[in-house]
Design a protein around this ligand. Structure first.
Ligand SMILES: Cc1cc2nc3c(=O)[nH]c(=O)nc-3n(C[C@H](O)[C@H](O)[C@H](O)COP(=O)(O)OP(=O)(O)OC[C@H]3O[C@@H](n4cnc5c(N)ncnc54)[C@H](O)[C@@H]3O)c2cc1C
Length: 290
């Protein structure tokens, strides 16, 4: 590209440091808008380009190809802002760290369903896109509306149960951008701080700490991917610098300079072995950017 379109556009931008896995090559072009106006302008420009583009939030659920991404990566992490609208409603920008929303807003006011969002890394935008959550609830359940930019324009979409599912949603297809959204919380009598502390402690005990993406696979209906992988005897299997965690089989760790190819090799091994043994087709929760 001869002239860069914005002063917050950078060519050949390393992506590995933007992700929790810490693997992968650079983006041909990264857009790093610092506020909503820049984000809107950058998105409109990006949507007109013939190249492929992808959005990156906190990088806690992505696996970047070793070759990087030969297109445009739109990074949301500087889109920061929580506005109290009154009546337990808050407008939150996509780049706000989810745990900040939980601690500063939900815990401060003892709002219900803290257990659904406790301990999930990444941004609010990523949590909305993934409908991130736990058995205790998920992000989209707490929302009134979501602000989405698509090639056709900007829209405020009223949230509805029919628009989201387990780790998925239908209001923002890949290539569109969630700019933020309005949350509507409910105060409760139950001590949410105690619930937060409980789940943080539980994660420390039950989940491996280190470079990873959390659960690699979604849970198949009525079962747990971790249980199936463990039953195949794959816990602890290594490939290069990557390892299926000996603590939790649905976690594949970057132990020691893993490449994306190492991690993909283990993902493929899990899928093949679980299918051969149990006839269950595991589906990735982690998003492979390539
Ligand atoms: C230790 C650990 C524990 C975890 N535990 C959980 C858990 O309990 N429950 C759970 O659901 N997840 C869990 N995760 C996965 C991950 O944290 C969530 O999916 C998180 O919501 C992703 O947010 P992010 O900002 O990091 O998104 P990213 O990883 O940056 O992106 C994930 C996907 O969302 C898209 N995206 C991100 N932001 C936007 C945006 N603004 N607009 C449009 N698309 C966007 C990306 O294109 C990509 O497809 C865990 C991860 C780790 C590392």
């Amino acid at each position: 590209m001869e002239t860069l379109p914005f002063n917050f556009a950078i060519e050949n931008y390393p992506l590995a440091p933007l992700t929790l896995y810490g693997v992968g090559g650079p983006a041909r072009l990264a857009l790093l808008p610092r506020n909503l106006d820049e984000a809107r302008a950058a998105y409109e420009w990006m949507a007109r380009q013939p190249e492929r583009h992808v959005v990156l939030g906190g990088g806690s659920n992505v696996l970047i190809a070793d070759e990087g991404f030969d297109g445009i990566v739109f990074v949301t992490t500087a889109l920061d802002g929580i506005e109290d609208l009154g009546g337990d409603r808050y407008h939150v920008l996509a780049g706000v760290i989810l745990d900040r929303l939980v601690r500063e807003v939900m815990l401060t006011h003892n709002y219900n369903m803290v257990g659904g969002l406790t301990g999930i890394p990444g941004t609010v935008g990523g949590a909305i896109y993934m409908n991130a959550g736990t058995v205790n609830g998920s992000t989209c359940m707490l929302m009134e509306s979501v602000d989405v930019a698509c090639p056709e324009g900007f829209r405020v979409i009223p949230m509805d149960e029919s628009l989201y599912s387990y780790r998925g949603q239908s209001f923002c297809s890949r290539g569109c951008l969630i700019l933020g959204g309005t949350f509507r919380f409910s105060p409760t009598e139950k001590d949410q701080q105690a619930i937060y502390d409980h789940y943080i402690q539980r994660r420390k005990e039950k989940q491996p700490q280190g470079r990873c993406c959390g659960s690699v696979f979604k849970n198949p209906p009525g079962d747990h991917s971790g249980r199936l992988i463990e039953a195949c005897g794959l816990k602890g299997t290594r490939k290069g610098g990557a390892q299926i965690s000996p603590l939790h089989a649905n976690f594949i760790m970057n132990e020691d300079g893993a490449t994306c190819a190492d991690i993909l090799w283990l993902i493929d091994l899990c899928k093949r072995t679980v299918f051969e043994r149990f006839g269950v087709a595991l589906e990735e929760e982690v998003v492979h950017i390539h």
